[in-house]
Design a protein around this ligand. Structure first.
Ligand code: PLP
Length: 394
């Protein structure tokens, strides 16, 4: 069979960094993807919270197509129209006054770390460069982002890491308070831990983090790489919790599948980056910026976000029902269209059973089934997916 042949050939030449599902996907449309044998799958992974507008969204495709015919790349030695417009859109839609573009989540988290250190040096002087991060967090695989990631399993074989990170448990304000001293410049945190298993902040926790940051003069850095851009039913997850950060990172869904990341900051913090301090050859390139502009135009529409929130509530009710019928689900947690089902058993067999029945879901932390459907998902598609998930659990 062609699929097995492709997999065998790929496995013989690709570095073995991934435990890939045995699927060769060739086409996507909306919430569905097809493999090379023509089999259809309902996609509740959405490219890992990337394809928020679904696969092959016509407006995004059209914008990229148009831009590809005009200008693809000139580097950041020059200005381009899509980049300028996109930065304005992001500033208009957020707490931020300034934006830096890069190409992935890890990369903008690296940029955030550099920005915090440089801001702190200028504002407060030397020896105040440490960053408090959270146990069980995920910020990416490059060295700085990896060093900020509070999961030792990702560090193994790569130490020594970048120095200067302190870890405290998520949802533990007292531990955070104890960790703050004159050597700390920032707190870096996901508003909802995604890779860590969809862990929500306790009521008042993020507001408490904000207050501690204000009292100690620390920057609050929110990694919204996964939670941002409509995933939770608000444009940015922090809007649920009544806080605004000083620095925020976005990536995953920003260009609906094309690689783009954005670092956002207030004017005061952003001025620490002056010409020569940071750069990216591809960052904010015209074709990708054109895609992201369309993404924002669609996602930031209050009606669109209200629909995501409503579908999220529907999904929550259906998942709670599912849990009642399947005691193997120990916890259901999430918001909007970002959900985790913690199982009393390993999740891999459930992922496989879903796939065999035509549904793609992800498993994180070994036993958390993570659902990240495209935000354009219909109620009928949610029903279909949950029916399959129910069968798979049986
Ligand atoms: C996925 C993710 C990253 C890393 O993004 P990459 O584009 O894979 O580098 C960083 N932070 C969070 C919260 C993520 O979910």
């Amino acid at each position: 069979m062609l699929t097995n042949d492709v997999i065998a050939r790929a496995d013989s030449v690709l570095m073995q960094t991934y435990g890939r599902q045995p699927l060769v996907l060739v086409k996507g449309q909306g919430c569905r993807v097809w493999d090379e044998a023509g089999r259809e799958y309902l996609d509740f992974v959405g490219g890992l919270a990337v394809c928020n507008l679904g696969h092959a969204h016509p407006a995004v495709t059209e914008a990229v197509h148009h831009q590809l015919q005009q200008l693809v790349h000139v580097s950041n030695l020059y200005y381009t129209l899509p980049m300028a417009a996109l930065a304005q859109d992001l500033v208009r839609l957020s707490f931020a006054h300034r934006v830096f573009f890069a190409n992935s989540g890890a990369e903008v988290n690296e940029a955030a770390i550099k920005l915090c250190r440089r801001y702190s040096l200028e504002r407060f002087g030397p020896n105040r460069h440490r960053i408090i991060s959270m146990t069980n967090s995920f910020h990416g695989r490059t060295f700085g982002a990896l060093s900020a990631t509070g999961q030792q399993k990702f560090w193994q074989g790569f130490e020594p890491l970048l120095p200067g990170f302190v870890f405290v448990p998520f949802n533990d304000l007292a531990a955070l308070e104890r960790a703050v001293d004159g050597t700390v410049c920032a707190v870096m945190i996901e508003p909802i831990q995604g890779e860590g298993g969809v862990i929500l902040p306790d009521p008042g926790y993020l507001a408490g983090v904000r207050r501690l940051c204000d009292e100690a003069g620390l920057l609050m850095v929110l990694d919204e790489v996964q939670t941002g851009l409509g995933r939770t039913g608000k444009l940015f997850a922090h809007e649920h919790f009544g806080v605004a950060p000083d620095v925020m990172t976005l990536a995953k869904a920003l260009a609906n599948g094309l690689p783009m990341g954005a670092l956002l900051a207030t004017a005061e913090v952003a001025q620490a980056f002056v010409p020569g301090t940071h750069a990216s050859t591809f960052g904010g390139g015209p074709a990708i910026a054109a895609a992201a502009r369309e993404v924002l135009r669609i996602l930031a529409d209050p009606d669109f976000l209200a629909e995501v929130a409503a579908k999220g509530n529907y999904l929550r009710d259906r998942l709670t029902e599912l849990q009642r019928r399947h005691p193997i689900i120990t916890t259901v947690r999430g918001v909007g269209l970002m959900w985790g089902l913690k199982l009393a058993r390993p999740g891999a067999p459930v992922v496989m059973a879903c796939r065999e029945r035509g549904l793609l879901v992800n498993c994180t932390q070994g036993d958390v089934i993570r659902l990240l459907p495209p935000l354009i998902v219909s109620l009928a598609e949610l029903d279909q997916g949950l029916d399959i998930l129910g069968q798979a659990l049986t």
